[in-house]
Design a binder for this molecule. Sequence first.
Ligand code: NAD
Length: 248
Amino acid sequence: MSHLHERTAFVTGGARGIGASTANVLHGAGMNVVIGDVLDGTQVADSLGSSARFEPLDVTDADSWRKALAQAENAFGPIDVLINNAGIVDFGGIESVTPARFRRVLDVNLMGTFLGIYCAADQLSRSGQGVVVNVSSTAGLLGYQGLASYVASKWGIRGLTKAAALDLSAKGIRVCSVHPGPIRTPMTEGIDDEVAANQPIARFGHPEEVAAMIRFIVTEATYCTGSEFIVDGGATTGIGLVETVADT
Ligand code: NAD
């Protein structure tokens, strides 16, 4: 769409993985990009050039959000795109996860997403074309054994997306969620390729494939808000029957 060169996107968790790829793709679409992360994202920002910068950000901390957003506004004017991508995973089922670990995952994934929208809403409203993309997961559409906190947080993000889409529509802000399946990033290091073997597209996805969907939501999906966009190689399409049953 037009006027991309005037836009500024803030990408959380942009120091690596899906966030770094998203920063790269949105920058390639002509936007100024601000990367916020607890890890150092200077290298990613520097590789994009002067219309990109890194700001230290802990998404669980409202003051950290306010500081990073103020720096972003000083540099480029009010942001009009927010990508809530920062997240952590913790393997543990209901009986093995501890309450403290459960709470930590909700704090980063769900509270972090809420605080981003809460603190950035004013900046996002100024252009009249604000967009928020919240990175959920297929774990926000299904349950997964042994991932209780992550599943709860990602369903929470999906619900928060609907609530925010309704609350912020009067300010012209669209809010959508993205639901990736298994993607090869540092988060999934050590997870076997076999995990994707039974999907219709039987491989891990690339971060760029999620970034391309996020770009579409931001730049093209102008009639979509509160919507869910699935990028999962067909993982949530259905349960494949074993061959002998399917053939009868
Ligand atoms: P990743 O671990 O490579 O990147 C996550 C980034 O978030 C890191 O740079 C990390 O430093 C940052 N982060 C973590 N806690 C933070 C905090 N408190 N404040 C600021 N930044 C913080 O993971 P990824 O695979 O790129 O995941 C990105 C998002 O995509 C996450 O929300 C994840 O849950 C989601 N996701 C990933 C997959 C997958 O298979 N990789 C699948 C579905 C959804």
